[in-house]
Design a protein around this ligand. Structure first.
Ligand code: ZN
Length: 412
């Protein structure tokens, strides 16, 4: 699938530190240690309500990781999927009386435009499920061969008993899993299942639904198997980071890992699982079901500077659950104004210490608020420096403009 264009990224003359992130599966902050290129998989959108601020917060967070790795000297291979066939998309298309493929293409294009405006670096492989059906079928065949599947009527299910590490990603108690499973696409009460938590791998064709030929009959993939198949095909086993919103921890990431690891030894899924907090608005989590979505495209259409949107997101640590307030956009725009004034002053104070703090903050579990605070200190020092202050030596230090761009994705 076509991705979006990459913004130019300045190369800094100074290297950032090794990158640490919080790993959900161990509950601790861990050092990432890429062997060769850093390999990143972030779950993409289901294209029917793109792109609300919750989405944007997630993709900007992993953009910080992408940039921190690059600044630490790593090449990065970044994969993102698009769930361009699934129940919620088909339901929305039916509700609105539009063709599901047209809806998916329209919303995916809007997402590309929003990511471009927010200066999010594009994935190297942007993969739709429809184009990945052969990969999905191959992954299911491996699970069938491993004895990890069974039929319920014409549908094919994954048996959670097949992977003894099931539960290690979320560390959730079974009661908690049983509570969340039906809220997030699961069907625990379906008669014929061996375990209520078993997940659908292949849904046999139903009248009026899209379907593809496969060794298991005509049908379409379940949700979790798509990410297992796409990640294994494009990144390989034991990739560095699996990312997404915290609402994907269970069942989605637990199941994607299980669908991979049940194939056999040597089929480890991610080494580290990184999850972003939820964005609220008007007292509730931002979600389609509550109808309180704030769209990036609507803000852009209203003339909001995309860099102010990005700075608003950066003012919250990625793991934090936070509440969006519309006035914060104006505050962010004013703050960017101060930074632009400081950039226009030229190098009146040394930037090396501030640059080091920005890079250190981002390498320390992507601490964007700490990095933003360091930039603000630099701006304040620059704007209040006496006229008699000696000029800093720009040749010895990376320009703050490049650091803002390369590390925080803010082009000013
Ligand atoms: Zn996924």
């Amino acid at each position: 699938m076509r991705t979006w264009p990459s913004p130019p990224v300045p190369v800094l003359g100074t290297a950032g530190p090794p990158v640490r992130v919080h790993d959900t599966s161990t509950g601790s902050t861990v050092l990432t240690e890429p062997q060769g290129p850093a390999r990143l998989y972030v779950c993409g959108i289901t294209p029917y309500d793109a792109t609300h601020l919750g989405h944007a917060a997630t993709y900007v967070a992993f953009d910080l990781l992408n940039r921190a790795w690059r600044n630490a000297g790593h090449d990065v291979v970044y994969v993102q999927n698009v769930t361009d066939v699934d129940d919620p998309l088909l339901e929305r298309a039916a509700r609105d009386g539009v063709d599901w493929t047209a809806l998916a293409e329209r919303e995916t294009e809007l997402f590309r435009q929003d990511m471009t405006a927010l200066r999010v670096l594009p994935p190297d492989h942007y993969v739709g499920v429809v184009e990945a059906i052969p990969l999905v079928v191959g992954q299911i065949e491996r699970l069938v061969a491993a004895g990890a599947t069974y039929r319920v009527d014409e549908d094919l299910y994954y048996s959670v008993a097949a992977d003894e590490t099931f539960g290690d990603v979320s560390s959730m108690l079974r009661e908690e899993m049983l509570h969340l499973f039906p809220e997030r696409g699961g069907d625990p009460d379906r008669p014929g299942k061996r375990d209520p938590l078993d997940a659908l791998l292949w849904r046999a064709e139903r009248p009026g639904e899209p379907a593809w030929d496969s060794p298991f009959g005509r049908g379409r993939p379940g949700w979790h198997i798509e990410c297992s198949a796409i990640a294994m095909a494009h990144l390989g086993a034991g990739f560095d980071v699996q990312g997404g919103g915290s609402d994907l921890i269970f069942p989605h990431h637990e199941m994607s890992a299980a669908h991979t690891q049940a194939v056999g030894p040597g089929c480890a899924f991610a080494r580290t699982y990184v999850h972003t907090g939820m964005v609220g608005y008007q007292g509730e989590k931002m979600s389609k079901s509550r109808g309180n979505l704030v769209f990036v495209s609507a803000l852009r259409d209203a003339g909001v500077d995309p860099m102010a949107i990005r700075l608003t997101l950066l003012q919250h640590h990625y793991r934090e659950d936070w509440e969006y307030r519309s006035q914060t956009l104006a505050e962010a725009a004013a703050q960017l104004g101060r930074w632009r004034e400081a950039l226009a002053c030229g190098p009146v104070v040394g930037v090396a210490a501030y640059v080091a703090e920005v890079l250190a903050a981002l390498a320390d579990d992507l601490d964007a608020p700490r990095a933003v605070a360091a930039v603000q200190e630099w701006a304040d020092a620059t704007l209040t420096a006496p006229d008699s202050a000696p000029e800093a030596d720009p040749a010895a230090e990376p320009p703050m403009r490049d650091v803002l761009d390369a590390a925080l994705g803010l082009a000013l």
